[in-house]
Ligand binder design. Sequence first.
Ligand code: MG
Length: 370
Amino acid sequence: MRISQVELRKVSLPLVRPFRTSSSYRQSITHVLVRVQAESGQVGWGECSAPVDPYYCAETTGTCWHILKEFLVPSLLEQDWREPGEIAPLFGPIKGNRFARAGLEMACIDAWCRENGLSVARWLGGIRARIESGVSLGIETDLGRLFAIIDQHLAEGYARIKLKIAPGHDLNLVRSVRSAYPSLKLQVDANSAYTLTDTNTLRQLDDLQLLLIEQPLGDDDLIDHAELQKQLVTPLCLDESLHSLDDVRKALQIQACRVVNIKPGRVGGLVEARRIHDYCQARTIPVWCGGMHEFGIGRAANVALASLPGFSLPGDVSGSSKYFEHDLVTPAIEAERGTIFVYYEQPGLGVEPQLDRIEHHTTAFWSSAS
Ligand SMILES: [Mg+2]
């Protein structure tokens, strides 16, 4: 396949409910959408899900825009590639910038699968008809309000709840939730808010029957996580620290975690995400699919990925309506009794971007043709 034109759009949608973590507070989501057109005329769409600020990772919407426009798109245009595994090598010496790569690769994979009459889920090797869906809840300081939100999601059938925690919003909060919901599948995510000096606090989470504790320590750390894991019964799961299969291999080698969160954007795309899945599956390490508040395009890619056999824990891939009043694709991705349907028969990502809605929310546009 040969890509002859690429368009970038910065698109903003308001969140139905603001989302707070240990490091950020968001009322809207802005991502870069990528549209590629092949020489054959086939079109594909992708999404760069890096946030607008560098508080989760170093990349942002703005860095994705810059790196795509100046480096990634020029290295891809007019190049021949036969299958999706040949896309990333075309990016050659470009370092890092994995969310940017992932969005462009996703668009190429969508186009390639459509050209071959194949769904992304089938191409990846998915086996599940529906994926189990969990929810990630931002920090709520009002417990009554938090319980109401949990009740609402349990009533909708979601399989597990993840709470964001931060110093000062941890033990009492999680204890209260655990005592109100004794059998709830519950896990927490600190987004790198602690250090080893907080080990005593983190050890007390061991009494609360959590499925896992996600990324308690530094976003670039493996060594301290290995030290902490030795002192905890609860499995640690890494998110921010893992950017590639190589990172996962090192983390597992030193036992820095026992569970792996896979986000296609964070690891540079679906090809690398599948390699990480395969590596973990061969070692019976459970993986699950995280989320970056994706619009329907990136969300569809997450659903396809989570249909692979090694995704044995419910992920953060929720129905779109949890975040957005009107998504940018049809059909909108929705959870039903806590599960989400996987599109195997529809070509590509299985959803159709709605150009009128996308254009209505577009704040910047660039085309390689102009
Ligand atoms: Mg996380």
